[in-house]
Ligand binder design. Structure first.
Ligand code: PMP
Length: 481
């Protein structure tokens, strides 16, 4: 694998601005959808008349270390989102006619088959699929990119930025992959890509891009980068796992050939993802899952495989998973404006609030002002990231992630200027289950950690990480069945 860079790349930590030193006042009035104004500029909007975001299932209550109970503040939407109420209802309804799909003449089978194919259509609408594009149901984004990797014509050259999540960084044949360094600016990204494309000698090239970073939440200039790729005859695959829940994706407008995302990051359950895009490579490729459903005809000495999505969906498909994804797509599509304004408010408050805390360092690829989803990676001076996340959970009922977020190259680069013992970060990622109270609770908790350290003593326990010395929480909970 080549690392294509002659340009030295160093990373600046986001500088905390002196004028952001004091924690900004909580935002209490939402922005009207599509106004493009910041919350500070927006006129006060009556909460009761503000456009509604789709409802997620009620947040659970969770125990704190000292025997308290508090509503769960979920700041881990970037990993998996809680289900939408409408998704649960759709799955519940479909369960009533749950039957074999594509294989039965029974009425229930026909209903299930109809739901499954209609789910494909809904996904196609959601990403603005073009005439002739295929929608293949997979297990998740990782599965989608592994399928695409197997479908590449022989000797296809792959170009991918080191910023990518491992799901899009790793599935490609190593010796045919060019890894571009973490860019400093959007222009830098374009220059790096242009340069790599000029040097590509293959007749078939795939550029793999991310819509939004799962570490920093920053949006990539997909349309511009895709135009650069197209200009050199390359195809583009977009990892939209962290994008489609926040911003609209339209294959045609963006000029990309393939898009993949996971249901569990857009308020549907685990186990279903999609790959949408050009049919030709997919139809020529060996079936991803050889087996029933993928075959047109099986003779003693030969097998004819179907073309279309069925070619890669061998075995009984996850019909309820597909229905759940479709229901989530439909709800997000319908409420896009309200979702964007809700998240813009959260993002401004989260980013501004965290940056204002003395001892907190936030990170970005493209700089302080980069447009981003409600996702922030940060460190707290003097408190290891695993301890930060343990304390947020044990003392405040707040769920975040710490580590390298399956993007080791990016996190290593972002933390390159930190002390040697700072090798991981904390990530907060908000979404539709996040309330203003959650945000204020988080900011207060992080400010307290940065100023005074943890609120109780912690010890490290094999297999569990940091736990309060006097932890009163039960580690075993009742099973759900
Ligand atoms: N890409 C990005 C940007 C992600 O954030 C993730 C999940 N963290 C993936 C791909 C992989 O998604 P999944 O685990 O659902 O396959």
């Amino acid at each position: 694998m080549s690392i294509a860079s002659s340009i030295p790349h160093t990373f600046t930590r986001e500088r905390r601005q002196p004028w952001l030193r004091s924690v900004p006042a909580p935002i209490t009035s939402p922005v009207s959808p599509g106004s493009g104004r910041s919350a500070a500029q927006a006129p006060a909007v009556d909460r009761l008349t503000a456009p509604a975001i789709p409802a997620t299932v009620a947040a659970p209550t969770v125990p704190t270390w000292n025997g308290g109970v508090v509503e769960y503040a979920n700041f881990d939407h970037g990993a998996s989102t809680p289900a939408l109420v409408s998704v649960v209802a759709a799955v519940d309804k479909a369960t009533a006619t749950y039957s074999s799909v594509h294989r039965g003449q029974g009425w229930a089978s026909q209903v299930s088959s109809h739901y499954y194919e209609a789910a494909r259509d809904e996904v196609a609408r959601f990403v603005g699929a073009r005439e002739g594009d295929e929608v293949v149901f997979t297990r998740n984004t990782t599965d989608s990119f592994n399928l695409l990797a197997r479908a590449l014509p022989r000797r296809t050259q792959v170009i991918v930025f080191a910023t990518e999540h491992h799901a899009t960084l790793l599935p490609w044949e190593e010796r045919r992959t060019t890894r571009l360094p973490v860019p400093l600016t959007h222009r830098d990204a374009e220059a790096l890509l242009r340069d790599a494309l000029k040097r590509s000698t293959s007749s078939s090239t795939l550029v793999v891009l991310s819509g939004a970073s799962n570490v920093t939440g920053e949006y990539w200039a997909v349309e511009r980068l895709a135009a650069v790729a197209r200009g050199r005859g390359a195809r583009v695959a977009l990892d939209a796992a962290q994008l489609v829940g926040h911003r609209r994706v339209d294959l045609d407008t963006l000029g990309v050939d393939y898009v993949a995302f996971s249901g569990h990051k857009i308020y549907a359950p685990y186990g279903t993802g999609v790959l949408v895009g050009r049919a030709d490579w997919l139809d020529k490729a060996a079936p991803y899952l050889a087996g029933g459903g993928a075959t047109a005809e099986v003779a003693p000495l030969s097998t004819t495989w179907k073309t279309g999505p069925a070619r890669h969906e061998g075995g009984t498909p996850n019909v309820l998973g597909a229905i759940a994804v479709a229901a989530a797509c439909a709800a997000i599509r319908e409420h896009r404006g309200a979702i964007e304004s809700h998240e813009q408010r959260l993002t401004e408050r989260l980013v501004g609030g965290l940056r204002a805390i003395e001892g907190v360092e936030t990170f970005s690829i493209f700089g302080d002002d980069a447009d981003r989803a409600p996702v922030v990676a940060f460190t707290v001076e003097g408190v290891p990231s695993p301890l930060v996340s343990a304390a947020l959970s044990a003392e405040h009922g707040i769920g975040v992630r710490d580590g390298k977020f399956c993007a080791h190259l990016l996190v290593d680069a972002l933390l390159a200027d930190e002390d040697a013992d700072v090798t991981t970060a904390v990530r907060v990622s908000a979404g539709l289950a996040t309330t203003d109270e959650h945000v204020e609770r988080l900011l207060g908790a992080v400010a307290s950690l940065a100023a005074n350290g943890t609120g109780t003593a912690y010890k490290q326990v094999e297999g569990r990480g940091w736990v309060p010395v006097d932890d009163q929480r039960e580690t075993l909970v009742d099973l759900p069945w």
